[in-house]
Design a protein around this ligand. Structure first.
Ligand code: XIL
Length: 324
């Protein structure tokens, strides 16, 4: 069949509909594992740095920027014609120790963080189209998360960060990103209220990232997720699925993988039907390098391709939904 797309790479199907299917990329396998590189280039038309652009990894010391890994990942994306999401400028985790444990006062901290955000966004101007400017500022109950930034500056750090990122790259789309905020709950409500307020204050914010780190069997209702995506559309904001994975209790059965595929199918359908959800990024290329087994003991197999890089039912589910 000349037009048989049933085995087409995800990125070709996505390209044809103006959609992005992305993956988080880690510098080490990108360097060392040719099969990883091939799979990434074949199946995805967007990528994000899993760790390389975070504050701590980028700033081993106050006067040093370690751009090598991020540069290599962004160069790979450019060579392969992939879009790039930048992750992430302001986050309580993976901070430089020298900053978190340092004794800088208010003014010097502001100077340092402003210049960090501006240096990074400027460096990748025109190459990183979207930034997760602030990551995970809320607790699940909708209160501000108690972080270095909150303690030092109060909640104003959020708008400051968006302004600085905008100064660094006026053309980049700027996102707020969080987890456990996929459906309708206290956290997603707090995010909705915050971004609405920021828009009212003229803060440059263009979208909300839903991480969608899910646990099989505990997935929020698709209606709630769709409603959440839609309410951001009413504010004129895009939504990206930024870090999707669906972890499964090990040992993993065939029926688990089929159920997992159903979840991936549900999420991509929400995006394809929404007016404002043009990107679905998964948090890793294959199960082999996923963060899940390291962080959630007894869980694994959360992604689209297995440890050997073979396609799982989840990838087939995305492909089926992307068919023309
Ligand atoms: C994780 C990475 O996958 C790990 O390699 C790292 O050790 C810790 O961070 N939410 C986020 C991501 O926004 O940055 C996190 O990534 C996963 C949870």
């Amino acid at each position: 069949m000349p037009n048989d797309t049933s085995a087409s790479p995800l990125r070709d199907l996505a390209d044809a509909r103006g959609f992005y299917v992305g993956a988080a990329v880690s510098a080490r396998p990108l360097r060392e594992d040719a099969a990883y590189r091939d799979l990434l280039a074949r199946e995805f038309n967007m990528l994000t740095c899993e760790n390389a652009l975070k504050f701590g990894p980028l700033r081993p010391t106050p006067d040093q920027f370690a751009f090598d890994n991020a540069d290599a990942i962004v160069a790979f994306a450019e060579a392969q014609g992939m879009a790039v999401r930048g992750h992430t400028l302001v986050w309580h985790s993976q901070m430089p120790e020298w900053l978190e444990e340092g004794v800088l006062g208010y003014d010097s901290s502001i100077d340092l963080i402003r210049s960090h955000i501006q240096t990074v966004t400027k460096r990748y101007r025109g190459r990183i189209g979207v930034w997760d400017v602030v990551n995970e500022a809320f607790e699940d109950n909708g209160r501000w998360r108690d972080t270095f930034y909150l303690r030092k500056f109060g909640p104003d750090y959020i708008k400051m960060a968006f302004h600085w990122a905008h100064e660094g790259d006026p053309n980049a789309k700027l996102f707020y990103n969080d987890y456990n905020a996929d459906g309708l709950n206290a956290k997603s409500k707090a995010i909705y209220r915050m971004v609405k307020r920021l828009l009212g204050e003229g803060v440059p914010i263009h979208g909300v990232g839903l991480q969608v780190h899910l646990l099989l069997g505990h997935v929020p209702s698709t209606r709630a997720i769709a409603a959440n995506v839609k309410r951001f559309n009413r504010l004129g904001l895009e939504v990206h699925i930024t870090e999707m994975d669906v972890r499964v209790k090990t040992p993993v059965s065939e029926s688990d993988l089929r159920e997992q595929a159903g979840v991936y199918g549900d999420i991509i359908r929400i995006c394809l039907r929404a007016k404002n959800c043009p990107a679905l990024v998964v948090w890793g290329v294959t199960d082999r390098y996923s963060w899940v087994p390291d962080v959630f003991a007894g869980y694994g197999a959360p992604l689209l391709f297995d440890e050997q890089g073979r396609e799982k039912p989840a990838a087939a589910a995305l492909r089926a939904n992307l068919q023309p």
